[in-house]
Design a binder for this molecule. Sequence first.
Ligand SMILES: C[S@@+](CC[C@H](N)C(=O)[O-])C[C@H]1O[C@@H](n2cnc3c(N)ncnc32)[C@H](O)[C@@H]1O
Length: 310
Amino acid sequence: MENRRLTLYPGIHVRTKLAGDKCAHVANRKNFTHLLPERISFDKIIISNPKIYFMSTDTLSDFYDNYDYTAFWNGRNYENGADEIAVSRLLSIITKDKSVAQLNFIDMGCGPGRMVHIYEPIYKEITLLDSSVDQLKEAQGNVKDVDKSKTVLANVQETTLQNEHYDAALCLRVFHYISNPEEVFKEMNRILKPGGYLILEIPNKLNFKNRIRSIFVKKHKNADFGNQIIKSGREDDLIFVNHNPKDISALLKSSNFEVIELLSVSNFRSTFIKKIFPIPFLLFIEKFTQKALAFFWFGPSIYFLARKVS
Ligand SMILES: C[S@@+](CC[C@H](N)C(=O)[O-])C[C@H]1O[C@@H](n2cnc3c(N)ncnc32)[C@H](O)[C@@H]1O
């Protein structure tokens, strides 16, 4: 059996959940190194300091290897359309910038390649990266010209790809699994060419619904919107991280990116609204409000277009 080592840093409380529901609690240990005895016994680790969560990518890839993410989109035509509008709009800003080439593109956490049809016609070489083998296979199946694509099984945080190779990167619906954005930004910065672009989507902790709830709903009063990453519970084995977009903006800047554009996306995501209005109408309004509503951090998704500072 392979040993696995996890290094934790000061000020962190950690609970490790091992097979058979055995738990170990560790609190405030300086540079604590946890040696996991057996790969098989490592189920998940939750770091209960609200700033940092860690989940084994094995858990996540197991989940995505057995998950029909394409089927998840059935009945979500509005949300899918809203993503397509945002990705197309930001790609059109990139392609207008004549100082960058449209050569190498990477989709980080590509899943089944939902956006391949948008970026494939623009770029000469596309890299599909994901931590799930099955998602990669499906993504490859969505590429028309397989000769210009390659798949990479890796973690977005540590891709092992070459330095400064990519003109543009996309990272969509992945950050709800990312509790250490600075590490990921460092890696994105490393693989992007100077002046290269990043299209990043994050789940928005500051969304309008959350803010209204925090005023009127007792349970949500005094909700913490501070500049920190906040976990909200979801599937048993997965973490779900909502990010504060102001915090992400600041982190991008301190990671050598400039933020060029912000979009608020899926602004009308509500079962009630979707029942009343036809999807084409909602997408029509979505198109015209994504930019304006970003000013208010309105929607459940915030898109960043960031550029690596040369
Ligand atoms: C919700 S799906 C989104 C897929 C695609 N980007 C989309 O928007 O349709 C999340 C994908 O990110 C992958 N993923 C999550 N965390 C990752 C990580 N740390 N490194 C690489 N891939 C990751 C998952 O395997 C999954 O395929």
